[in-house]
Write a protein that binds this ligand. Structure first.
Ligand code: GDP
Length: 425
């Protein structure tokens, strides 16, 4: 099997972690290429149930090398906590199965503070940040005001670099936000208690990857969040601060020469969205609460109830296009089993006209959903393992979506467990 990227097509939380966990069987290397600990992948397998935030989902497979690429927001404190948690459940994490790029920038302690301070300043105009410091981190990265993981191997240089950055950042903390300034004492503690713990995993992963590529190793690129949260192609400014699209995978992974042969886009059988911003197909009231409960739609990182709605064909088709998806994994079809009839957002109404084209972000606020209904199947489908096991109405629903979004649905997931999957190829 050739190189592959697994990406989210919608707003995130589509079930990418579950697909990576399933497919890592066919790959030698799994790389996270963007984002940080601000979202979560939930994985359920024979080792237990895990909420991963930064660790690649291949960490559970023996023999798979997992890499945190240069494009991620590397938070040493959170990563070490997550590693300890996963290791405490009997999963081995060693420098042989986890490697951290020496070119990954470190998320510094003040990034989280700045996220919280800025959301507080924005008050009712806030963006719904998870307050993990991701936006301040990426802004500083592009200003070249971060520290690379590889600098941990140069302790004197590291302290001097951090002292310079601290002097600069304290101006913002104290003068803009009236917050407490940082001291070197706090940063030394951070170096000793968090950075030193992850240091054994840091190496020149670019070199390692080029050798792996030359040796014909199969590489899986694992994305966080989804197309509509992409910094450039998403619903600005309600996006994340990194590129969630497959096109960024080679750059953020440390293998800019990689060719991605297969892009598996993960689509949920209905829509969910966390945080603020336009969400055209949103459901409200009892109807929403019922779907939220059926799908257990509460954030993996924050526990926040997710906003829910029917599948949005306009947004999903756009997501497929910007990801250049070659195939689709449709997840959580089982969640819809309780519905008598299944709503689908088949188009938008904008300026008195119906459209199937995803509008400019500002115009989304005025778009109204066009809803059509499909027959429900009203029976438990979580035991289905072949296409024929699915009731007719469920097959019709999947076939309709496939046609409407213009990409083959090759996987249909009917439960969170590794084996709860129908493979259609
Ligand atoms: P990710 O960030 O894209 O990996 O998605 P999340 O992990 O945040 O959300 C997906 C959630 O749905 C997790 O709790 C999964 O265990 C669960 N899940 C994934 N696929 C299925 C499925 O087909 N059916 C059901 N019922 N749950 C699923």
């Amino acid at each position: 099997m050739a190189n592959c990227a697994i990406v989210g097509i919608n707003w995130g939380d589509e079930g990418k972690g579950r697909m990576v966990d399933l497919l890592t069987e066919n790959y030698d290397v799994v790389i996270r290429f963007q984002g940080g600990g601000n979202a979560g992948h939930t994985v359920v397998n024979e080792k237990g149930k895990f909420a991963l935030h930064l660790l690649p989902s291949g960490i559970f497979r023996d023999g798979v090398v997992n890499i945190l690429g240069n494009g991620v927001a590397l938070d040493p404190e959170n990563l070490w906590t997550e590693m300890q948690d996963v290791m405490s459940k009997g999963v081995a994490i060693t420098p042989d199965n986890l490697m951290i790029s020496d070119r990954a920038s470190l998320l510094l302690p003040w990034h989280r503070d700045l996220d919280g301070l800025e959301e507080a300043r924005l008050a009712d105009k806030k963006f719904g940040s998870t307050k993990q410091g991701i936006a301040p981190f990426y802004s500083d990265k592009y200003q070249k005001k971060t520290v690379l993981a590889g600098e941990l191997f140069y302790p004197e240089h590291l302290r001097a670099h951090l002292a310079d950055l601290m002097e600069w950042k304290n101006l913002t903390l104290t003068r803009v936000y009236g917050a407490e300034p940082y001291t070197m004492e706090t940063l030394d503690k951070w170096i000793n208690e968090s950075c030193e713990m992850i240091k054994p995993y840091v190496r020149d992963t670019g070199h390692w990857l080029r050798e792996a590529q030359a040796a014909g190793k199969r590489i899986l690129f694992e994305a966080q969040l989804g197309s509509l949260r992409d910094l450039d192609y998403g619903i600005h400014p309600y996006t994340t601060s990194s590129n969630t699209t497959a096109a960024f995978a080679p750059v953020g992974s440390g293998l800019p020469s990689a060719r991605i042969d297969d892009v598996i886009g993960v689509v949920k059988a209905y829509s969910t969205c966390v945080g603020e911003g336009p969400f055209v197909c949103e459901m409200f009231g009892d109807e929403a609460e019922e779907l939220r409960k059926a799908g257990q739609e509460y954030g993996a990182k924050t526990g926040r109830p997710r906003r829910v709605g029917p599948i949005d064909i306009v947004a999903t088709r756009y997501g497929v296009e910007v990801q250049a998806a070659t195939e689709i994994a449709l997840t959580k079809l089982d969640v819809l089993s309780y519905m008598d009839r299944i709503p689908v957002c088949t188009g938008y109404e904008l300026d008195g006209k119906q459209t199937d084209r995803f509008p400019f972000p500002v115009a989304l606020a005025d778009a109204k959903p066009v809803i059509e209904y499909f027959d429900g199947w009203k029976c438990d489908i979580s035991g289905a393992r072949t296409w024929e096991d699915l009731p007719r109405a469920a097959r019709d629903y999947v076939t309709y979506i496939e046609k409407a979004i213009g990409c083959p649905i090759t996987y249909v997931s009917v439960g969170p467990e590794r084996e709860s999957i129908i493979i259609r190829k």
